[in-house]
Ligand binder design. Structure first.
Ligand SMILES: [Zn+2]
Length: 135
């Protein structure tokens, strides 16, 4: 088991609810696949910190119990900066940001909303996170 597999859940935890749906997610090349268990109106966020500004991703926040990595633990790179508490994962093959373990809520992940197959981003209400003040 790699270091990444140890810190990215590979099985859903407790918390399954009837109104949650499991979405398939993947990076661009398909090396990294994962699943996200989301309610009908998943919390979408954007962040203005210096990293998120350059990533330019809309993210969906979920509890670590609702994320499971299926394939690609050895393909995942991890980028750390500033305090090093947040873990920003990306596919080493195609470079796509997949998800990150949050600094402000270490038991939560933000995942790249565009990696979630079948999720329409436009109708979601997007909350702006003022991450810049933590830079
Ligand atoms: Zn990839």
């Amino acid at each position: 088991m790699t270091e990444n597999a140890a810190v990215v859940p590979t099985a859903f935890g407790p918390g399954e609810e009837a109104d949650k749906k499991v979405y398939s997610c993947a990076c661009h090349c398909g090396a990294v696949t994962f699943e996200a268990r989301l309610g009908a109106t998943p919390p979408a966020i954007r962040c203005n910190c210096s990293l998120c500004r350059k990533k330019n991703a809309t993210m969906v926040r979920l509890h670590e119990n609702d994320l499971r990595l299926l394939t690609g633990s050895t393909s995942l790179g991890c980028y750390e900066w500033n305090t090093g508490k947040a873990k920003h994962y990306f596919c080493k093959s195609c470079g796509i940001y997949t998800f990150h373990r949050m600094r402000s809520r270490p038991d939560h992940f933000g995942i790249n909303a565009s990696c979630i197959e079948g999720l329409e981003i436009d109708p979601l209400t997007i909350q702006m996170i003022d991450g810049a003040r933590l830079d």
